[in-house]
Structure formats: C-alpha cells, structure tokens
Design a protein around this ligand. Structure first.
Ligand SMILES: CC(C)[C@H](C(=O)O)[C@@H](O)C(=O)O
Length: 457
C-alpha cells in the first residue's frame, strides 16, 4: 500500500462520519473567532436556543476593526458595533477571548499559536481566509464562512469534501536578504493565483526546513493567495520547540511529541500534483499589479500586457510594462498584518532602519501583529529604533492590510506593504499596494524607493 501524506493522516484521524469521495464530517480541535465573521453565527445560536458545544475549544480575539492609534477610540460606528457585539457574545457564551488591551490580543492568525493552542495534528478553523497560517505547525487549518462558524460553534464539527493533495517543494538555500515572503510570492508569480484551487498544499524541501516557525507561517498564510484553502508543513524539532513552554501546550509534552512525530508524510506518499521552486537564485519579490501573482524579482522589468486583467492592473497602478520596482513612486510603507508582523519580522526590518531616517517622501508605520509581539519588541528596544527613524509605532491589529479600520493608504499613493493582498482598493480607496518582505519595506522607507536588500544587513 502506498504511503500517506501528513494531510491524509490528519484527515483520517478527524473523520466522524461520511465516506471518501463524499462530504465528510470532521471533528474540529480548535475554533478561532473574531469580530467580523461571528456576529450572525452567535445570533443563529440564540435564535434556536443552542449553546456553544465546546467553549473550551473556542478562542476569540478582536483584530480587523480595532484602531491601532488608540484601541479604545473607535469612531466608526460599524466597527464599534462589531467589537461591542463580539464582547457581549463571548461573555454570554463563556468563551475565552482577548479583548481590548488584553495581554494576548492580536490578529486571529497569531494569537492561537502564541498561546500554544496551535499544535501539530489539530484541525483548526476560523471565519477568515488566512487561517492556513496555522498549517505551518502540521495542522489542517482553513478559513470558513459565517454559517460554518455557527455550525462549528453548535457542534464542534464541520462537513467538508476532501481536497486533492499537492506537494510544493522549495529546493536550494536562499541568499541573504531573501525571505519566506519572497518564496511564497515567487511560487504564486510562477504558477498563478488559481494554481492551488481544490488542493491541500504541503510545502516541503530544504528551503522550508531552513525556515524558523515564524517564517514558515508566512508561507502557509498566503496559501489562499495561491488558491488553496489549506497549506501545511511537516512538524519537526523547530515546531516542538515553538510549542514547548507556552501556556496551552500539552500537559504531557513528551507523549504529544511522540505522537506528532508520526504525523509526517511518508517517504512514498502519493500526491495528485507536485510543483517545484528553486530558491537558490531567487531575488526579493515586489508585486507590480493588483493580484498577488503579479509579482517580479527585484531588478527585472515588469511584463508585457497579455490580458485585459494586465491592462487594467497597469492602469490602476499607474505603471507600465518594462518599468522596474525601483521606479515605483512610493509614498507609504506598512509593516504589519498576519503575514509579516511577528517578532522576527520586526527584528529583521529594524536591521535596515537602525540609526537611519525615513525618507521625506514616505509615511511609515509599524503595526505589531499582537500584543505579545509588541511587548517583546519593546523589550528589545525596537520601538525606539523605529520611532527614532521616523516610523509610527502602533497597537496590534490588522491595520492597513485591509480598509476595515482607520489605517488606510491615501488615494493613488503607492505603498510598500508586508501584507498579503494587493487587490484594488484593499488598503483604501484607489490605494496602490506593492507586496514585499519586511526587509524590502523597511529599506524602501529609508531610501524612499524600493532597493535590493540582498547583502545589505
Ligand atoms: C474579514 C475576513 C472575512 C477577510 C478574509 O477572510 O480574508 C479578511 O481577513 C481578509 O484578509 O480579507
């Protein structure tokens, strides 16, 4: 019999009912909730007189709507209503949540891992498309819709059709100044934003083993930009070390680790599709267009127009084929989001900023993804490094990744952004987003334009 992938092993462990090839009922080990996609779900429970089946397996945070200048100072009435409603709901249904100013508050895709709830072998869902971030630990993690949030709240299970299996092998070793963000942007640029549709993607290869857990999360996070709901990696010693010592780590860690070690893909595992990206010569990536696949290695010219989409993207971005990233007239730099606002991202960005000044044409903000990251960064003095250089240092939240809170990029301004989506209007009406790594964003803030960070720090 052929070997099994990690995905097969985890899937099989969680099937409660249903046959292969049909929708199957999966047990959910962890349900993360936030203020945007849960209100109707709770109302649905209330309307039918149901309770949350496993409040102990449900974990909440506020992130999308929170202002990052003063988390209590919410002017937008819809945002305020969502946060107030969420606060009421978690209290009424007995769910642990990181609310205003709480020490664990932050972006939903960061807080579960930070608390130790994200562990190898789990099924993890959240009403948010970047939930695959947790897959970096060797978990099946995916985003769900609000009616599914209600289903999970009520039953701790979910109907799903098993996706196909894809292996993405990152071979070679990265050059200095090239990061996991560049790896995932390169994958999406090479194969397209729909290449992962219908697949659970397993990321493997020496270039993945090289990465820290935080860097791995960046890759799994952007699985959805590759078209896949699920992206995951085989757990290893780095994974176990990350979980160890966290408040919600398993009580009997050695026993858990012994089990987790079995939850890796067999050598002879079978995949429906295999893709490869060699990262040895990869340069830092910058997107020029309006989807995450419209990206180029730094130094290369933006491509010819091949479709109406390309034409529209160039018009929206006010750029032309043949230009290079260096020629982009940047006005804003955003370092933040569930993709790249972890401690190591801020440490790396700070290397390019220390002792320097933000260029006069740039407004630059750093938004730690969570309160634990903010606290840890301040203990390292990173807040001073950034503010002395002219960056603003904010409170945790989704911030300018998406225009759901006051942090918006002004119209027509080009923004070097460490976030995950460069869609039209994503960061604000008519704002122009260029996705890149924290190092590229930080160096761009100092130089006033994109520069090649290879060999710089
Ligand atoms: C608000 C939420 C539903 C949305 C998502 O699920 O993707 C957001 O997090 C995003 O990144 O666009």
């Amino acid at each position: 019999m052929a070997g099994k992938t990690i995905f097969d092993k985890l899937w099989d462990r969680h099937v409660v009912a249903g046959n292969a090839g049909e929708p199957q009922l999966l047990y959910i080990d962890l349900h993360v909730i936030h203020e945007v996609t849960s209100p109707q779900a709770f109302q649905g429970l209330r309307d039918t007189g149901r309770k949350v089946r496993r409040p102990d397996l449900t974990y909440g945070t506020i992130d999308h709507n929170v202002p990052t200048k003063d988390i209590y100072d919410i002017h937008d009435l819809i945002s305020k209503n969502q946060i107030d409603t969420f606060t009421r709901n978690v209290k009424e249904f007995g769910i642990t949540a990181q609310l205003h100013g709480a020490s664990g508050q932050g972006i939903c895709h960061m807080v579960a891992a930070e608390s130790g709830r994200t562990q190898p072998g789990k099924t993890i869902v959240c009403g948010d498309s970047h939930t695959a971030t947790n897959g970096a630990f060797g978990a099946i993690a995916f985003g769900i819709g609000t009616s599914e949030v209600e289903h999970v709240l009520a039953t701790q299970t979910l109907w799903q059709v098993k996706p196909k299996r894809m292996k993405v092998e990152f071979t070679g070793h990265r050059q200095n100044g090239v990061y996991s963000k560049d790896m995932i942007l390169a994958l999406i640029a090479k194969y397209g934003v729909d290449a992962g549709v219908g697949y659970a993607v397993e990321y493997t290869g020496e270039a993945v083993s090289d990465l820290s857990m935080e860097e791995r999360m960046t890759i799994c996070n952007m699985s959805i930009e590759f078209g896949a709901k699920i992206g995951l990696m085989n757990p290893d010693e780095k994974t176990f070390d990350y979980v160890k010592g966290r408040p919600q780590a398993p009580k009997d860690l050695p026993a858990a680790i012994a089990d987790w070690k079995t939850l890796v893909s067999d050598k002879d595992a079978v995949y429906d599709k295999v893709l490869r990206v060699d990262v040895s010569d990869l340069a830092p990536m910058v997107t020029w267009g309006t989807n995450p696949g419209m990206g180029m290695e730094f130094g290369l010219e933006f491509p010819e127009i091949h479709s109406l989409n390309d034409e529209r993207a160039y018009r929206y971005m006010d750029l032309k084929p043949g230009q290079t990233a260096e020629e982009i007239d940047l006005g804003y730099v955003f370092i933040g989001s569930c993709t790249n606002a972890r401690l190591s991202d801020l440490v790396e960005a700070a290397k390019f900023v220390a002792g320097k000044q933000v260029a006069s044409n740039i407004t630059a903000i750093v938004v730690p993804g969570s309160r634990p990251v903010k606290t840890a960064a301040e203990a390292l003095g990173l807040d001073k490094v950034f503010t002395e250089a002219g960056f603003e240092w904010r409170d945790p939240g989704c911030s300018a990744c998406l225009g759901m809170n006051p942090d918006q990029i002004p119209e027509q301004v080009h923004c070097a952004s460490t976030s995950n989506r460069n869609f039209e209007g994503r960061q604000g009406h008519n704002a122009r987003t260029h996705l890149c790594s924290p190092a590229m964003a930080a160096a761009a803030a100092i130089h006033g334009k994109f520069v090649d960070v290879r060999g710089m720090a």
